[in-house]
Every structure is written in structure tokens, then in C-alpha cells.
Write a protein that binds this ligand. Structure first.
Ligand code: SAH
Length: 208
């Protein structure tokens, strides 16, 4: 039986303008509480970001839904996520894509999310512990790339990871703000468009 808290969250997301039914059903199916530490579980279906340890956060459901919608994921797509964190965004993507590759620079978070993917039997996720800014050369090309940490600039290495008509969604740091930017590769050129203001933890280099 569906938890009334999930139904309420879905309604709230719809009211905030999320209309893609595949994205909404993915949010309905994936139990967000599994990705949240014990002391915050009672807030799992509230539309807020929550701490996940190691000074990081699980994103607000609205932001996950919005970025996933903008990513325009199709069932035959290979997706790359930079910033696994709790693993929640990745789990949502795993219900929409053929395969999701995800990279996390904090070992503890990488290991925790790996165990949750196993428990939920999300067998189309491949995760690795590394600095995501280096990309995942062995798996090139990707149809879609999503950054879930605020980034100053996307490097050419990452742009070279996507297919023609490929899309990258990233919270970009601009002056004192962070804005969701969508990049589309067309005829070997990159077109960009700006969306909502957001608040993400920073994208940092190296592993810890
Ligand atoms: N998608 C996550 C959001 C987590 S917060 C979720 O649904 O919970 C962003 C995560 O990005 C943090 O865990 C942080 O450690 C990670 N991160 C930041 N810079 C990174 C980098 N260069 N490579 C890989 N992971 C990075």
C-alpha cells in the first residue's frame, strides 16, 4: 500500500510544476527513507534537503525531480552522475535509464550507497569511488550526464563524454548564486540554457 506521505509529496511536486509522469512514478517507487540516516527518517518524505553525514546532503525532492525532468532520460540511455552522495538521485535515474554510472569522492558515502543499491536490487547501477571531474573514460559515450554538486565550469573532458544530442544538467556557480544549467551537444557545438536557482554542496577535486 502506498504511504500517504509519498502521495502528499507527489501532489506537492505536481503543484510545483513537475509534470513528467515517468519521473513522478520513479519518485513514487524509490523509498527515500532508505537513503536517509536514522535520526532524520521521519522527515524522509518532506520536500526538503537533509544531512547524510560527511558534511553532505541528500537533495530536496523537488530539485531531484526538476533536474531529472530536464535531463530527458529515455529507457535506452546510458547516464553518468557526478556526486553519488546518498545514492537517491541515482536510484531515481536507474528506473528511467538503461544503465547509470555514478562517481563519489567520499569513500564512506560511496560504500553506504553501494549497499543500498544492492538492498533495493538496483542492478543497472555501476558506482565508483573517484574524483568525478575526471569522468569515466572507459564507458564513453554517455547520452546524459548529471552533476549533483555545484560546479564552476564544466571541462572539455566532460563535454567530450556525451553523444551528439546529448544533455548535461549541472548546478553552475555564477557570481554568488547557483543556477541549474542545461547543455545540449548539437553538431559538435554546445548550446546552454539556464533554469532555477538552487543550493548544492560544492564540487571538490580529489578523493577522501
Ligand atoms: N545526488 C546526491 C546529492 C549528494 S550531495 C543525492 O541524491 O544524495 C553531492 C555529492 O557530490 C557529495 O556526496 C559530494 O561528496 C559529491 N562530490 C562533490 N564533488 C565531487 C567530485 N568531484 N567527484 C565525485 N563526487 C563529488
Amino acid at each position: 500500500m502506498l504511504d500517504v506521505r509519498i502521495i502528499r509529496l507527489i501532489l506537492e511536486l505536481r503543484e510545483s510544476g513537475i509534470s513528467n509522469s515517468n519521473v513522478l512514478s520513479s519518485i513514487e517507487i524509490i523509498p527515500r527513507e532508505k537513503f536517509i540516516p536514522e535520526n532524520y527518517k521521519n522527515q524522509a518524505y518532506e520536500n526538503i534537503a537533509l544531512p547524510i553525514g560527511d558534511n553532505q546532503t541528500i537533495s530536496q525532492p523537488y530539485v531531484v525531480a526538476r533536474m531529472t525532468e530536464l535531463l530527458e532520460v529515455k529507457s535506452n540511455h546510458k547516464v553518468l552522475e557526478i556526486g553519488t552522495g546518498s545514492g537517491y538521485q541515482c536510484a531515481i535515474l536507474s528506473k528511467l535509464a538503461r544503465r547509470v554510472y555514478t562517481i563519489e569522492r567520499i569513500k564512506n558515502l560511496h560504500e553506504k550507497s553501494f549497499r543500498i543499491f544492492e538492498e533495493l536490487k538496483l542492478t543497472n547501477i555501476v558506482s565508483k569511488y573517484d574524483d568525478g571531474n575526471k569522468g569515466w573514460k572507459e564507458q564513453i559515450p554517455f547520452d546524459r550526464i548529471i552533476f549533483t554538486a555545484a560546479t564552476k565550469k564544466i571541462t572539455d573532458v566532460i563535454f567530450s563524454h556525451i553523444t551528439e544530442n546529448g544533455i548535461i544538467i549541472c548546478p553552475i556557480i555564477k557570481n554568488d548564486k547557483q543556477i541549474i544549467v542545461k547543455y545540449i551537444k548539437k553538431d559538435q557545438r554546445i548550446i546552454s540554457k539556464e533554469y532555477d536557482n538552487v543550493l548544492f554542496v560544492p564540487n571538490l577535486s580529489g578523493k577522501i
